[in-house]
Design a protein around this ligand. Structure first.
Ligand SMILES: [Zn+2]
Length: 334
């Protein structure tokens, strides 16, 4: 395996990558980082690559992809690398997981000079877990490198953020999402094009769209929402809720799916305000002024905020559909 194939460049995040690679090669890598940015844009992937670079025992460019350490990283068996992710239906990071991680980072490296831990979606830590990790961030062992990732950095304790060097990740351009999907083995067909567009610049979200029944649900539900008030808002609401419930029996996976659906709708409406697009999207009623489209997008944002604040999904959906139906009435009627 060549190093490039083993630890590929993260598309669209050249700035973050260059910064960190320079730090590795110049021996100026810090001990605590926060990779912040949207879901699915390569934060965890780059954290793994940085870990591989730090742990690599090869000469020259790191990670080399060939040394003992690199091979162990590639097969997920490196004793000095640990990845912690939210677990279970609550999607929370549990205090026991964090204690294990702290214990792990306190032990001397097995192979070389470093121990690396990645704490994915660190904003999923509750208070107790956050306070526990804070102590490690205040006095990390000299050999430890801790990388937190988060798509909601503002949900982290300010004291945690201030202890980390923050590296910001952005959304990818549409052609970068296409390229990443093609590299990952997805055929460049209509589904791939639709998923890339609807992902809004997140490869992770595009993959989720392709791997779930999201495209089919979108194709079924979106045109009906866009045809309101000529469609029945209650029927749409029922069908939408039953699709959300297929995501899982607990609330959090249903909320995640709803957020994604709102994002996708938002992009559809935003696109209705512009002209050229390479494949067909459902459209809102013809002749709807931009000011109305903007108010619909605003209503979608409101629904997303309410979803984050734990309001009941069926109420959010009913309110949203009523609002959209009203705003899509012929102009003279409002
Ligand atoms: Zn190596």
């Amino acid at each position: 395996v060549s190093a490039e194939a083993a630890f590929p460049e993260i598309l669209g995040q050249a700035h973050a990558e260059a910064l960190l690679r320079a730090a590795i090669h110049g021996g100026r890598l810090g001990q605590s980082y926060l990779f912040s940015g949207p879901d699915g844009v390569g934060k965890t992937l780059l954290a793994r690559n940085i870990a591989a670079g730090v742990l690599c025992s090869g000469k020259g460019q790191k990670p080399c992809g060939e040394c003992h350490d690199c091979r162990m990283m590639l097969t997920d068996r490196h004793p000095d690398f640990s990845l912690l992710e939210p677990e279970g239906s609550s999607r929370a990071i549990k205090i026991d997981q964090v204690r294990d991680l702290i214990g792990y980072l306190a032990l001397r490296p097995v192979q070389g000079e470093h121990r690396v831990a990645v704490l994915r979606d660190a904003d999923r830590m509750r208070e107790e877990a956050s306070n526990a990790i804070l102590k490690t961030l205040e006095e990390p062992p000299g050999f430890a490198l801790l990388i937190l990732t988060s798509s909601r950095p503002r949900a982290l304790l300010p004291t945690i953020r201030s202890r980390c060097q923050e590296v910001r990740f952005g959304l990818l351009a549409l052609d970068q999402v296409h390229e990443a999907l093609s590299r990952a083995g997805y055929e460049p067909d209509d589904d791939q094009r639709a998923a890339a567009f609807l992902s809004g610049g997140s490869v992770g979200q595009a993959v989720q769209i392709l791997e779930s029944d999201a495209l089919a649900a979108y194709a079924e539900l979106a045109p009906r929402i866009l045809a309101l008030p000529d469609e029945d808002a209650f029927d749409i609401s029922d069908d939408l809720i039953s699709w959300l419930k297929k995501a899982g029996t607990t609330l959090e996976p249903q909320r995640d799916r709803f957020r994604q659906f709102l994002d996708v709708l938002c992009r559809t409406y935003s696109h209705a305000m512009r002209s050229n697009i390479s494949f067909s999207l459902p459209k809102p009623p013809a002749g709807l002024p931009v000011s109305r489209l903007l108010r619909i997008v605003e209503a979608l944002w409101n629904a997303r905020r309410q979803t984050d604040s734990n309001a009941a999904l069926d109420l959010i959906i009913q309110n949203l559909l009523e609002r959209v139906a009203l705003l899509q009435k012929p102009v003279a009627a409002v």
